[in-house]
Structures are given as structure tokens and as C-alpha cells.
Design a protein around this ligand. Structure first.
Ligand SMILES: *[C@@H]1O[C@H](CO)[C@@H](O)[C@H](O)[C@H]1NC(C)=O
Ligand SMILES: *[C@@H]1O[C@H](CO)[C@@H](O)[C@H](O)[C@H]1NC(C)=O
Ligand SMILES: *[C@@H]1O[C@H](CO)[C@@H](O)[C@H](O)[C@H]1NC(C)=O
Length: 426
């Protein structure tokens, strides 16, 4: 069921060829500072166990007085099966219904090292090297804003201690770009980082956005969630580890605040059937019923009060946006469950997208093209997977070209550029 991608009109023309850009210091002096906001799991997470920690298995007790250690990525757990329950326990969060907030498991302290530096990121190496080739310097004109990706933020009136602290830190990093360099920042976000960046912008007054943000480059944004987000809640997550028992997979997937942010939103997905059993069909409008049906009743209230209200509308951020997305990759769109119901195996029907995010969600930003005063450029890269911006040559080049162009104020028209193998515009 792979849908033929719509024919797209090349409507945005670049004023200048990008090949003339120089990477020398004279060029560097004219650069707008760049702030990188990674996606889920794309930065390091360190943990420390305190006296309050109750090891779920004897193998987890040994780590009690070792100080800070890498929780994510954790290579010991990849090799050593006895470490799997420890990893699962320490990666899980707790939703405290009384406090209406999420926190770490008891006795687990966590932190994200290297805030401000591109060293913090996982998987961005090639893009970072290319930016350095253009004259960017890590910690000076190039910054990264790693975060504890198990958390998210909440709408006004709902506490979200970890996410609120991150928004303060990210806001400060963006602000400092202007205060130190005299130039507003280009924010480059990927995946879950796009959703967070977008919500940060909405949480700041318009004058703040205009003063501190030159341009936002979104890589693979899912501003409407994605169908696979439902499957991750029904089947759980194993983080690539071997033989993780189902209860541990469910606990890791369901306790994290960010898990509910993956769910497809009614605004973007409408009535499309996303999960089907012989008895019922669930669309994005039935998420509460779906959560009940998979035995995740505890998720319903946080979903309805803390997540859905943030995604019921997609107001334009009113700072210039370039969205770069992959398309033409088979992407799970509908899960058809058999006799075992939502807990069993599912047949997957595929549609268009980047392999992870459905096209409707990648395209959600396009509704801003009608908004007066909202500069928007969309670049669609055929065959590029959700993480391909950092690994596929032509996608990497296109991403760099867009970041470069974002600093130049040459985007005057709203338009969609569709590229295959290479972007001939460049
Ligand atoms: C992995 O995590 C365990 C605890 O779950 C810890 O004891 C160990 O030091 C970590 N090791 C590495 C290399 O990541
Ligand atoms: C899903 O929502 C629709 C419309 O809101 C409703 O008619 C249908 O019964 C719901 N399905 C389930 C499985 O709850
Ligand atoms: C990417 O850019 C590099 C250097 O600018 C160039 O040599 C290479 O041919 C480009 N690759 C593609 C696939 O466009």
C-alpha cells in the first residue's frame, strides 16, 4: 500500500549558488550561531544510583557505588544479559499521579553531559564536521542542547520539572547566541527535537522569537505524531537489546513522558484507521480507547490533560522555517491485529513517509504556507530515511545547504522543493 508521492512543484528558487561559500575565518565572522536540538536517544544520558536504590536483580546491586555511569547508550547491557533488567529498571520513569509529574525511578539520578557542545550528540558527527568545515566552532558559534529524552514538557497548569528546566536552558542557549555574537541563532532540530523546539517557540512571546531566532530548520518533524507510536505502546520498546522480557519492554515504553508525544494526533491523522482488530478500528480520535484496550489505563489522564492540549492546533511559529523531510520510504500506517487482539502480532500496512514518520505528519507544517508573514520552505528528499540527514551524502548536502541558506535571508517565497539523489538547485 505504498502510495505514490504527490507531484510537487518546484516553487522556491535559491538566489545564489551555494558553492561559493567559504570556510575561512572571514566567512566565519558572518555566520549566524547554530543551536542543534537532537531527536530521541541522540544524546548521552548518565546515571548514578543513590542509597535509596532497590536493585531489581542481584546483578544491578554492583553498580551502587560506582558514581556516574553511561545509562544511554549502555554497551554493557548490549553484551551482558544479566544487565538487561538493570537497564530496563533505570531507564523507566514513574508518573506520580498525585504530583501530576514524571520522575526517575527511586534511587536513580540522571544527567545529560556536555550541554552546549556538539560532543553531546550521537549520530550527528558528519553534519557537525561539515559545519566546522564551513567555519563553525563547537562551543562558540556551534552549540548543541542535549536533554533527557525520556521526558517532555506539559501545557500551562501542569508541572513538568525536567522539561521546564530544559526549556529554560535551551532558551538561554538561543538567547546567548545573540547576546554574545550579536546575531540571532539558527536552530536546527531533528525528529522529537522538532516537536520540542516548536513548543518552546510557542511558549515564548513573539518578540522573543523574532529577536533571538533567525530561522528554524526542522529535519524530519513529526508535528502530528506517527502510527508506530501506537505500536510502541502496545508492544513495548527493547532499545535494541536482546531478549528483553515483555513486562520490561512495556514498562520502559509506557512510563516515559515522551512516549505519549509519539501518538498520532486527531488534528493531523483525522479518521484514518491506525490499529484494527476483528472487533474495533482505532483512529487518532480513539487514542483513549486504544490505551484502555492495551491495558494502559494510567496513560489516559496524562494523555488527555498533558499531551493532547498541546497538539490540538498547530499555530505558525512566525519565525522563518525550513522543513527538510524524507519521503518515498515504506512507513507503517495501519496495524491489523489477529486473533490475539492488540497484544498479539500485527500485519503492517505501509504508506508513504520516511520509514518511521507518516507523510501526513511530516507534511503538517505545510499548513503554514497559507499564513501571511510566515516564511516557510519545504524540501522533500526522495528515499531518505528518518535518520538519513546524517548519513546519506545528498541528504547531508541538502541539509547543509538549507542551514547555510537560512543564514542568508534569501528565502522569499513559500515553496516545496522535491529532490531525488541530488538537489539540482544547489
Ligand atoms: C551500563 O549500566 C550498568 C548499570 O545498569 C552499569 O553498571 C555499567 O557501568 C554501564 N556500563 C557501560 C559501559 O555502559
Ligand atoms: C472511535 O471513535 C469514533 C468516533 O469518535 C467512534 O464512532 C468509534 O466507536 C470509536 N472506536 C472505538 C474502537 O472506540
Ligand atoms: C556533496 O557535497 C560534496 C562537497 O560539497 C560533493 O563533493 C559531493 O559530490 C556531494 N554529494 C552529493 C551526492 O551531492
Amino acid at each position: 500500500m505504498v502510495l505514490a508521492p504527490a507531484l510537487l512543484v518546484v516553487a522556491a528558487l535559491l538566489a545564489q549558488p551555494l558553492g561559493s561559500r567559504s570556510g575561512d575565518d572571514a566567512g566565519a565572522a558572518n555566520l549566524h550561531p547554530v543551536v542543534l536540538v537532537p531527536g530521541y536517544g541522540s544524546d548521552q544520558l548518565e546515571a548514578m544510583l543513590t542509597a535509596a536504590y532497590e536493585p531489581p536483580a542481584p546483578a544491578c546491586a554492583g553498580s551502587a557505588d560506582q558514581g556516574w555511569f553511561p545509562l544511554w547508550p549502555n554497551h554493557t547491557a548490549m553484551r551482558d544479559a544479566s544487565q538487561v533488567p538493570c537497564f530496563a529498571d533505570q531507564m523507566s520513569l514513574v508518573y506520580d499521579a498525585g504530583a501530576d509529574d514524571y520522575r526517575n525511578a527511586d534511587g536513580v539520578a540522571t544527567r545529560t553531559p556536555f550541554f552546549g557542545s556538539a560532543r553531546a550528540l550521537i549520530g550527528w558527527d558528519r553534519l557537525v564536521q561539515q559545519l566546522e568545515g564551513m567555519g563553525y566552532r563547537d562551543g562558540e558559534t556551534l552549540h548543541a542542547a542535549p536533554y533527557d529524552f525520556r521526558y517532555a514538557v506539559a501545557p500551562p497548569g501542569h508541572p513538568s520539572a525536567v522539561g521546564d528546566r530544559y526549556f529554560r536552558d535551551l532558551g538561554r542557549l538561543i538567547q546567548e547566541s545573540r547576546l554574545i555574537h550579536g546575531r540571532p541563532a539558527i536552530v536546527v532540530a531533528h525528529s522529537f527535537g522538532c516537536a520540542l523546539t516548536y513548543q518552546l517557540l510557542l511558549s515564548r512571546p513573539l518578540p522573543w522569537r523574532r529577536r533571538y531566532v533567525k530561522h528554524v530548520v526542522l529535519l524530519g518533524p513529526a508535528l502530528g505524531g506517527f502510527a508506530h507510536g501506537m505500536r510502541l505502546l502496545s508492544a513495548g520498546m527493547d532499545y535494541g537489546l536482546p531478549n528483553v522480557p515483555r513486562p520490561a519492554m512495556l514498562r520502559m515504553a509506557r512510563t516515559q513522558q515522551s512516549a505519549l508525544w509519539r501518538l498520532p494526533t486527531p488534528l493531523v491523522f483525522g479518521d484514518r484507521p491506525l490499529a484494527m482488530t476483528s472487533a474495533a478500528a482505532y483512529s487518532a480520535r480513539n487514542v483513549s480507547a486504544f490505551l484502555e484496550a492495551i491495558g494502559f489505563q494510567e496513560g489516559v489522564r496524562p494523555y488527555l490533560t498533558r499531551v493532547l492540549p498541546m497538539w490540538e492546533a498547530l499555530p505558525p511559529p512566525m519565525v522563518p522555517v525550513t522543513s527538510v523531510v524524507g519521503f518515498g520510504v515504506s512507513t507503517p500506517e495501519t496495524y491489523v491485529f489477529g486473533a490475539d487482539g492488540l497484544e498479539g502480532e500485527a500485519e503492517v500496512l505501509y504508506g508513504d513517509g520516511d520509514g518511521e514518520i507518516n507523510m501526513v505528519s511530516l507534511a503538517a507544517v505545510e499548513r503554514w504556507s497559507e499564513v501571511e508573514g510566515q516564511v516557510l520552505k519545504v524540501v522533500r528528499l526522495r528515499g531518505v530515511h528518518h535518520d538519513g540527514f546524517f548519513s546519506i551524502d545528498f541528504a547531508l548536502n541538502s541539509t547543509l545547504a538549507e542551514i547555510s541558506e537560512a543564514g542568508e535571508s534569501v528565502i522569499e517565497q513559500i515553496g516545496i522543493v522535491s529532490c531525488q539523489q541530488k538537489c539540482s538547485d544547489y
